[in-house]
Ligand binder design. Structure first.
Ligand SMILES: Nc1nc2c(c(=O)[nH]1)N[C@H]1C(S)=C(S)[C@@H](COP(=O)(O)OP(=O)(O)OC[C@H]3O[C@@H](n4cnc5c(=O)[nH]c(N)nc54)[C@H](O)[C@@H]3O)O[C@H]1N2
Ligand SMILES: Nc1nc2c(c(=O)[nH]1)N[C@H]1C(S)=C(S)[C@@H](COP(=O)(O)OP(=O)(O)OC[C@H]3O[C@@H](n4cnc5c(=O)[nH]c(N)nc54)[C@H](O)[C@@H]3O)O[C@H]1N2
Ligand code: SF4
Ligand SMILES: [Mo]
Length: 577
């Protein structure tokens, strides 16, 4: 048995693991480079669910499967919903989608994560291709734009050695201390900043005319749009100075530049426009077609991988799911009662569901409410293959040991497909199917079609040209407001592992550490204990993603484009209680 497997978590890095009774980092894999993050270093110390239960009573796994089958039989198919999250990033997770889709149930679409930004990228470039770490390593300057790499993609750090770093973030991330510039802009003001960069690049003639004529002939129309911005008034509104713009352009002049964008910059209803404005600036600078340059985001991880599973099904959005329209809801790899926006709404909706079924690894808000809890086996006990949205690796994840305390997705899908007479191939044939998209490269296996220079030749839009944004929504509330940041925490991965419990505020706001603070928005409120963080702007509070109750504050209104959640759309108020 191969001792090699991979971290299954929803993370850019997709680390390779050597398992010898203990989880260890692979030293050979060029992206893993011999170390893992705390989530995996302490993975086996977690309290996994090892016991199935129904309505509070412990039952055997066999009985849990029978109950699941009975409940499916007694429920109308159109009243059955599979709600998927990304607790595990393995491709075999989809074997359960195959069952539910073939069976005639409703599945989910849309995303809680990166959909708004991705929609913007798709509009402009036609495809959301990867900017691989090996390309980023060729840059002189790396702009971290709403991405906190030391926390969320620490394996990118070695690729940034000796580069000039610029951070564009309302928060003073740890990378700021290594940076030549920190643009500490107001949240939600990135569109203005990007458009102003565009305008000044035009004024200063920092662009390559021929390149634009070939790939983005409408660049002057976009320039006209950037000219509708009143510079002084807007700079004041977003709390930047002309000096910030000038310094930024000086820092990148004549350099190879990669812009690495995170989900932070697009957790808004108009998140697509943020990415389109950043892309427009990058286009003007010619970054898409020069070596060591580009804009990297959360790329489509499955680029170049065909699904062997039945996918066609009726689907409803994962953002504002109307659970009450279903009698049976099967939650897989997700914790909607913590991670979906507008928890108050989600709670009310789930109250009306007759059979809430939770298939996961850990106890959480959703398992606590579930009628039937089915323990999943963790990645060490099952076979899988994974890819990543942050690099080109494809990793085999063979089982390292066995256990009867839970069930794998494939085994559960197999049980259900057999029970309902649905075709399912052997596990090995699916694994081989996924493996077939890989090719050996130096020290690792990569997805064949993930190329190093993604937009070489032309863009993937209808006419091969970059498509500029032609209308911008400047209707954001930016003045005299308190912004809510809901960033990712070092200690947790979304709501898995050690979750944060505090609300973080700037010390100058006058709140005392340990004090209870009621934070409220138009959607709801939550009471949390104050902790100080001087890395924040004074007009921002920070409640990390995964904190209990954080999403009582967020809205389930979807992004205008991209069927995505917009966690930071609501402004908040605070009150001592
Ligand atoms: N440790 C850890 N790692 C993770 C995760 C985790 O929960 N914990 N989650 C994984 C997942 S699912 C994802 S999607 C990725 C996300 O990875 P990232 O995109 O890096 O995650 P975030 O922390 O959401 O946001 C990054 C930064 O955006 C900044 N930000 C917030 N609002 C704005 C804004 O309006 N403009 C700008 N310019 N910046 C802003 C925040 O201050 C933060 O520093 O991380 C993955 N990796
Ligand atoms: N306020 C706010 N909310 C957010 C975000 C934010 O930035 N701010 N970020 C959003 C983002 S980017 C994302 S990606 C989503 C994530 O939202 P979810 O995907 O719901 O993430 P988790 O809370 O980690 O829930 C994953 C669950 O999957 C289960 N699980 C883990 N491994 C397995 C497995 O192998 N099999 C099965 N069956 N189950 C497993 C675990 O029990 C865990 O509780 O949250 C979103 N929510
Ligand atoms: S950095 Fe990401 S992929 Fe690597 S071990 Fe941690 S969570 Fe897993
Ligand atoms: Mo995510």
């Amino acid at each position: 048995m191969s001792k090699k497997t991979a971290c299954p978590l929803d993370c850019f890095d997709a680390c390779e693991i050597i398992y010898d009774g203990k989880i260890k980092a692979s030293k050979e894999h060029p992206y893993t480079q011999g170390y893992l993050c705390p989530h995996l270093n302490h993975y086996e110390e977690n309290n996994f669910i090892t016991q199935a239960r129904y309505k509070g009573e412990n039952i055997s796994i066999e009985r849990a499967l029978e109950i699941l089958k009975e409940k499916l039989e007694s429920t109308d198919k159109i009243k059955t919903l599979q709600y998927r999250g990304h607790g595990n990033f393995g491709l075999m997770q989809d074997s359960m989608n195959h069952f539910f889709a073939s069976y005639g149930a409703t599945l989910t679409d849309g995303t809680l994560c990166d959909g708004a930004g991705e929609a913007g990228i798709l509009e402009g470039r036609g495809a959301n291709r990867l900017l691989n770490p090996t390309e980023i390593a060729k840059s002189d300057v790396v702009v971290l734009w709403g991405r906190n790499i030391e926390t969320t993609s620490s394996h990118l750090m070695p690729f940034l050695k000796n580069k000039e770093i610029i951070v564009v973030d309302p928060y003073e991330t740890s990378m700021v201390h290594k940076a030549v510039q920190h643009v500490k802009l107001k949240p939600h003001s990135d569109i203005y900043f990007a458009m102003m960069l565009y305008r000044f690049v035009m004024i200063e003639n920092m662009f390559d005319q021929e390149h634009l004529d070939e790939f983005a002939s409408e660049y002057e129309e976009f320039y006209d749009m950037t000219q509708t911005i009143r510079i002084r008034a807007v700079l004041e509104k977003i709390d930047l100075s002309l000096g910030d713009i000038g310094e930024f352009l000086e820092n990148i002049r004549g350099k190879k530049v990669s812009i690495i964008v995170g989900v932070g910059a697009q957790k808004y209803r108009n998140g697509d426009e943020v990415l389109r404005a950043i892309d427009a600036f990058a286009m003007l600078m010619g970054f898409f077609h020069k070596e060591g340059c580009g804009v990297g985001y959360l790329a489509s991880s499955r680029q170049g991988i065909e699904s062997p599973f039945i996918e066609k099904a009726k689907r409803v959005s994962v953002v504002d799911t109307k659970f009450s329209a279903y009698d049976l809801v099967f939650v897989q790899g997700a914790n909607p009662l913590n991670q979906m926006p507008d928890t108050n709404r989600v709670e009310k909706e789930l109250d009306k569901v007759k059979e809430l079924i939770y298939f996961g690894l850990f106890e959480n808000e959703t398992s606590a409410k579930a009628d039937l809890v089915i323990p999943a086996l963790n990645f060490l006990y099952k076979n899988d293959v994974r890819v990543s949205y942050g690099n080109d690796a494809l990793l085999d994840m063979p089982a390292q040991k066995s256990s009867e305390d839970g069930i794998s997705e494939y085994k559960l899908a197999h049980y259900l497909c057999t029970a309902f007479d649905i075709e399912l191939q052997s596990e090995e044939s699916y694994l081989n199917h996924f493996r077939s998209f890989g090719e050996k490269r130096k020290g690792y296996t990569a997805v064949k079609s993930k190329k190093t220079l993604p937009y070489e030749g032309e863009f993937e839009t209808d006419d091969g040209e970059f498509l500029f944004l032609d209308e911008v929504d400047f209707d954001m509330e930016l003045e005299n407001v308190l912004f809510l940041l809901t960033s990712k925490s070092k200690r947790s991965l979304n709501s898995q592992f050690k979750r944060e419990t505090n609300v973080y505020v700037h010390p100058s706001l006058g709140f005392i550490e340990g004090q209870s603070l009621e934070i409220s928005s138009v959607n709801g409120s939550v009471i949390l204990e104050v902790a100080h963080d001087s890395a924040l702007r004074e007009d921002c509070i920070l409640i990390y993603s995964g904190t209990a109750g954080v999403n009582r504050l967020s809205s389930s209104k979807k992004s205008y484009v991209g069927n995505s959640a917009a966690y930071q759309e609501n402004r908040v108020k605070v009150k001592i209680c």
